[in-house]
Design a protein around this ligand. Sequence first.
Ligand code: AMP
Ligand code: FE
Ligand code: FE
Ligand code: ZN
Length: 281
Amino acid sequence: MSVTVDLHSHTTASDGRLSPSELIHLFGKRGLKTVAITDHDTTNGLEEALKTKRAYPDMTLIPGVELSADSKDTEMHLLGYFLDYEDDSFQKTLSKFREGRVGRAMTMVKKLSDLGVKLKWERVLEFAGDGAVGRPHIARTMIEMGYVASMSEAFDKYLGRGMAVYAERDKFSPLDAIELIHSVNGLAVLAHPSWVDNLESQLPALVEAGLAGMEVHYSRYSSGLIAELESMANRFGLVSCGGSDYHANNDPGESLPGDQGPPQESVDRLKEIAMARISTH
Ligand code: AMP
Ligand code: FE
Ligand code: FE
Ligand code: ZN
């Protein structure tokens, strides 16, 4: 049976390659009924997406965001859903984190230059366009200049965490990220949890802070891993979420929206939690 829910996707507002409108049309073509756009540190793609979505009356678009957070030695990404994203102070916080991305990308371009990988900073910015600049924009510049053949080669050789070129930027702690999401009445969901070190020992604090779900039906997960994460989510009382994490990178093997995702029941459970929290405010 085909999947009709995709709760994780990116547009040109961050490091995706499709505009919000193009992504909505792709969702429509792929028969998706409930979707979330979760750009890194920005909600700037949502207005255009909501406009385009009017052409698909039976599609629901959940306003989302993806925040990167650091705890002891591990990075985690937190997805926020059902956000009152127009809130001023929320937008100020996001724009502060986007500014941090620019300085950090500049540092990485300098470090690459020291290694003989000479990139034009202006070209990186052109790839980022109006969007939040990230390592994928540096990777695309490297591919264009012929230094690497693919995004994954750029990350494996240069840009990945722990590589010589990698630079840190200001990040939230996981609890701060959850708090920021809650400050605009959102629900927090842990993204691609298999990449979190010591996941089981990290979860209790996140659950205590109000984490609502974690990704289980993630595009790149095998059925074995999905089963394992599903049972963990159940043990911690978390809703099993997920989606494509689609960036339109066109890398070999990149899966499309609708290839994998959670059942509609997961969306219903998230909505119930959101309603219950609003009514206890
Ligand atoms: P940044 O937001 O600048 O830290 O960059 C992280 C983004 O880079 C992720 O959201 C992915 O889109 C992309 N990314 C991370 N690791 C890889 C990889 N190994 N291959 C391709 N893209 C990656
Ligand atoms: Fe990304
Ligand atoms: Fe992520
Ligand atoms: Zn993502």
